[in-house]
Design a protein around this ligand. Structure first.
Ligand code: FES
Ligand code: CO
Length: 328
């Protein structure tokens, strides 16, 4: 088993590892978080998450099945309850399984139609998704997108409006209007928000579906090291994105996201295929960045006024003491 050095910041945070609907009652699901193989399964009290290796001979429990609210190992049929305790050993049915016949269990939460997993002891709840509870927004799930890059590089790209005219020409930007107006970005005093940048003005070729280009304003919030949102409004219509990156390794991630919008000119499928296209434009560029990990020392790389939000993001990660997926 290869392990990156554990990073308490990410280890103790919540990360999306599956959609709720992926977890059928009888089938466990294999996921990976921070290099750790984990099996998810649905028991009677909700979703359980274990280290994906049987304590008997190390077979992958995710190859097994769920029976009578226990997870059954595929190899010799040992059964585990929702706490990870082995309750039955078929080869010795009269034996009470020893206490140490127990797999490591992790914390799981089901929220926003996702399964959130933490390998450590999270000090806070999963990040707030304000538009989720607001019925005036329709929510469209997009992704997950496999993204061969480090989590912080991907979040920084999500926050970066200056790339729109070049990477997303004709979709999110126009190379004839690449300037970024002055804006403020700061580390937030609010404990639930890391970095906030309001009203970043961006020229978009067709923000309202009328075929006419104009400037619109983005407000970004970075909620956790690998979770961020934006809201943009145009002619009273609001479009938000909730975006979270799950680190599998320091250079391999999955992006999970929702689009939330309070108007509907497009079908869910149209929204998804638009977002798929945007992400596919980002992937090769972000994966090409060298070094692959961002430096938290601002003396590295060049930072301009128009990069204020990524400067604030790097400073905040440094304050948090992030070590995984960054050059410190
Ligand atoms: Fe799981 Fe033997 S390896 S029961
Ligand atoms: Co992009």
């Amino acid at each position: 088993m290869t392990h990156a050095p554990p990073d308490p910041v990410l280890f103790d945070d919540w990360h999306v590892v599956a959609r709720s609907e992926q977890l059928e009652v009888e089938k466990p699901v294999a996921v990976n978080l921070l290099g750790e193989d984990v099996v998810l399964w649905r028991g009677k009290d909700g979703v359980a998450a274990f280290r994906d290796a049987c304590v008997h001979r190390g077979a992958r429990l995710s190859l097994g099945k769920v029976r009578d609210c226990t997870l059954v190992c595929p190899y010799h049929g040992w059964r585990y309850d929702e706490q990870g305790q082995c309750t039955h050993i078929p080869a010795q049915p009269k034996l009470t399984p020893p206490k140490k016949a127990k797999v490591s269990a992790y914390r799981v939460k089901e929220k926003y139609g996702w399964i959130w997993l933490s390998l450590g002891n999270p000090a806070r709840d999963v990040p707030a998704f304000a538009e989720w509870e607001d019925d005036s927004y329709r929510k469209v799930h997009v992704g997950p997108y496999p993204f061969p890059a480090s989590g912080p590089r991907i979040i920084e790209n999500f926050l970066d409006v200056a790339h729109f005219p070049f990477v997303h020409e004709g979709f999110l930007g126009d190379p004839a209007y690449p300037e970024i107006d002055e804006y403020e970005a700061q580390i937030s005093p609010d404990d639930e928000i890391g970095v906030i940048a309001r009203d970043i003005s961006v020229f978009q070729p067709d923000p309202d579906g009328t075929g006419e280009g104009r400037r619109i304003a983005y407000t970004y919030k970075v909620l956790r090291p690998l979770t961020a949102t934006f809201v943009k409004s145009s002619a009273g219509a609001r479009f938000a994105m909730f975006f979270t990156v799950t680190p599998v390794g320091e250079r391999m991630s999955f992006v999970w996201a929702y689009i939330a919008m309070d108007y509907s000119t497009l079908t869910d499928d149209e929204i998804r295929s638009f977002q798929d296209k945007i992400t596919l434009q980002d992937v090769p560029v972000v994966s090409s960045q060298r070094p692959e990990l961002i430096a938290l020392d601002l003396a590295e790389e060049l930072h301009l006024r128009s990069d204020r939000i990524s400067i604030a993001y790097r400073k905040w990660l440094r304050q948090l003491g992030l070590r995984y997926g960054v050059l410190t």
